[in-house]
Ligand binder design. Sequence first.
Ligand SMILES: Cc1cc2nc3c(=O)[nH]c(=O)nc-3n(C[C@H](O)[C@H](O)[C@H](O)COP(=O)(O)OP(=O)(O)OC[C@H]3O[C@@H](n4cnc5c(N)ncnc54)[C@H](O)[C@@H]3O)c2cc1C
Length: 494
Amino acid sequence: MSKKVTIIGSGISSLTTAIILLQKGYEVRILEQHYVAGGYLHTFKRFGVEYETGGHYQGALGDGLPFQRLLSYLGVFHEDDYIELDRDHVDVYRFEGWGFSYGTGYEKNILNLIKIFPDLEEKIKKFFDRVSESAHCFPTYYFKTEIDQKLVMKHLNISLSEVFDELEIEGRLREVLEAPCLLHGVSPKDVSFGVHSIMTDSLIVSAHGFKNGGKQLVKRFTDKIVELGGEILLRKKVTSIERDGKRIKAVTCESGESFESDLFISGIHPKLIFEMIGHENLRKSFSSRLTKIRESDPFVGAYLLLKDSVGINAKSNYYFYPKGTQSVFGVELGQKRGPFVFMSSPLRTYNGEGELPLSLHAPCQSDEFKRFEKLEKRSKDEEYLKLKEELFKPLIETIEEEFPGFKKSIVSICYSSPLTNQFYNPSPNGSAYGIYHDSTCTGVKSLGPRTHFENLYLTGQNTLFPGLLGASVSGLRTSGHIVGIKSILNQLKN
Ligand SMILES: Cc1cc2nc3c(=O)[nH]c(=O)nc-3n(C[C@H](O)[C@H](O)[C@H](O)COP(=O)(O)OP(=O)(O)OC[C@H]3O[C@@H](n4cnc5c(N)ncnc54)[C@H](O)[C@@H]3O)c2cc1C
């Protein structure tokens, strides 16, 4: 008789786990609190336009590359769902008075950097060689069945800052190489080089946006799950857990319904699931570790419609650091960071005609919005709206300097706060990337997938690394713990 599995939450990690387990003959049911599946892959409509929540762009989706291979293995990859970003200007970084555009391909980025820093050719080459060597040694990224454990540990046990120090990279070159840390939200001194190298490699080898929104990928996943006989139950918020010693017996939803199964997989924030179990039922050391884990800084979002593009390329992403990267990364977690804004368009197919939709994201402090938490009709509260507006005002000025006419071109604008994220995806402080993935919480030191409850597993960005690729790989890793990773990696390898 096949084993029954209940998965809590329907983010990309849960959806990945579900397909692998269904393919291996398990009976799978997903419980999702929301009225749609997909977690941060949600899209939402404003001013008649579909905006992305957390799927602005993805790496390694080109032919034969890791994310494409993983999605193809799951049976959910369709080339038509994606659009390649501008190969010469994927990520446009602007610092104080200068800038750099990352494009597609190692060679191009190395040559463009050498043009700016001709005396630093050797250091630039060494850095990118190291990124590539590191990214290629991780078995669940470039899918290998043989692991060079020593090499993996060499790259995991060193921070990005330490690599810069070893290679004597400083000044502006260091700034441009550390700027992409915003993509995982961990400062260069805290992020494991190994993990950072995967993110960097994935975006250098190829970068794509969604053609029809992240919801199209969710549909591919959910159709596949249903085709394989799985169930996705919406509006099922899990609120309590029934336990029998070291085994989970059942989970109960807000609606009062209980679900029993042989295995349970939590794809939600680990702090939430263990709160339901009760800290008194956890090992003391684990409970204390969990309590100490810090959350990454949350973001505020602005969603705009421009009447014309003012030169903004819908196939590029823009990162503005008007006071440099150190003003952002040289600050302790939770403290006020220097200004920074990420800008991208959800309409990657924009051809210059009609209105251009844009999203802006900027970091804020966890407690900045706390006083509005309990407020009813928050969206109508003037102070709440004003705070969001005020946070974006200087950032909009920064964009105006780069793209004159930007301000005048805005025809509509609305905002989100960490409380919006908290409502839709109850991560503790509404952060985008969940826990702060410093070197104590990633790689071999990451939280998941096993727990000391014999039939409870964890998956999701908090158990490995954020990003759609990171979360999906966490799903692969979790299923691997249940059904054996080698056979899956063998299939992925071939
Ligand atoms: C603003 C923003 C920008 C981002 N940009 C990018 C990007 O450009 N590229 C990229 O690759 N990544 C990006 N990310 C990160 C990426 O979206 C996430 O890392 C990834 O989607 C997380 O997936 P997950 O499976 O861990 O879980 P989530 O997507 O967090 O899903 C968890 C699910 O669990 C559900 N849930 C929670 N509690 C319960 C409960 N008690 N009962 C039932 N269900 C529950 C939630 O409703 C949700 O559906 C971004 C994220 C944000 C927020």
